[in-house]
Design a protein around this ligand. Sequence first.
Ligand code: SF4
Length: 299
Amino acid sequence: MSTIAPLPLLEPQPRARRREHERLRLAKRLRHQVGRAIADFGMIEDGDKVMVCLSGGKDSYTMLDILLQLREKAPVSFELHAVNLDQKQPGFPEHVLPDYLRALGVPYTILEQDTYSVVKRVVPEGKTMCSLCSRLRRGALYSHAEAEGFTKIALGHHRDDLVATFFLNLFFHAKLSGMPPKLRSDDGKHVVIRPLAYVREADITEYAIARDFPIIPCTLCGSQENLQRKQVARMMAEWEKETPGRIESIARALGDVRPSQLSDPKLFDFLALGLRGDAPLPDAHAWLAGTPHDGGDDA
Ligand code: SF4
């Protein structure tokens, strides 16, 4: 009777090596998603001078990190310049970003503007300050971009931000509109890009931990994000828990809009659809004026 020799036990892969392997795979996925977003929306072209807005949060660190990696093998040549606005919140650790950027060898500028005092003065006690704070921050960054001749302004919003903004507009402002991956600023002077538009927030969180970015919290001022945003975030988290993949599906839908299947006559010419003659159509007033009124309820 032959005996089967026991299989040699496989050496368990050292944990550190496995972690490194996962980190590399995650970095590869992020490079792929950012590269795809850049290509899909024509975010960066040859000779661009990109101002990378760095807040000290996980998103903007990740954006800069991935853009630096992509630039090494990019098909075009472009500059990356990190810019942070020191808004003078109490306790802001001023040295963290300069130390980090110097070590990285990335050119950078720290702008100083005491928007904190303005916000504190203008916003009533107990109200959320984030909206005015962000507006002031945007103004300062845009002015700097104009003064320095940056051709693109890169912001670190990610896929989940895009979806959350879509629902905020839908639920609280009754419009189908969101946060586009690329846009021209209202004054027409700047092109804003969001290279993380395809990236999941959970992946950014994981990447930021793996890369050990020196995160500066955005709550130094004690302000909290507004209630509506929190409601939407909670709703999205619950959906994702109950139906994994739903947020990705919504994000994909934002890139597959069919105006003829919605109800906005400014986007699709419903009036002309199926017209049989050239005669001008009577407008709503004419239709209502001709409505017989029986004295009862309109309903
Ligand atoms: S948490 Fe504070 S610093 Fe961050 S956006 Fe809100 S008000 Fe501004």
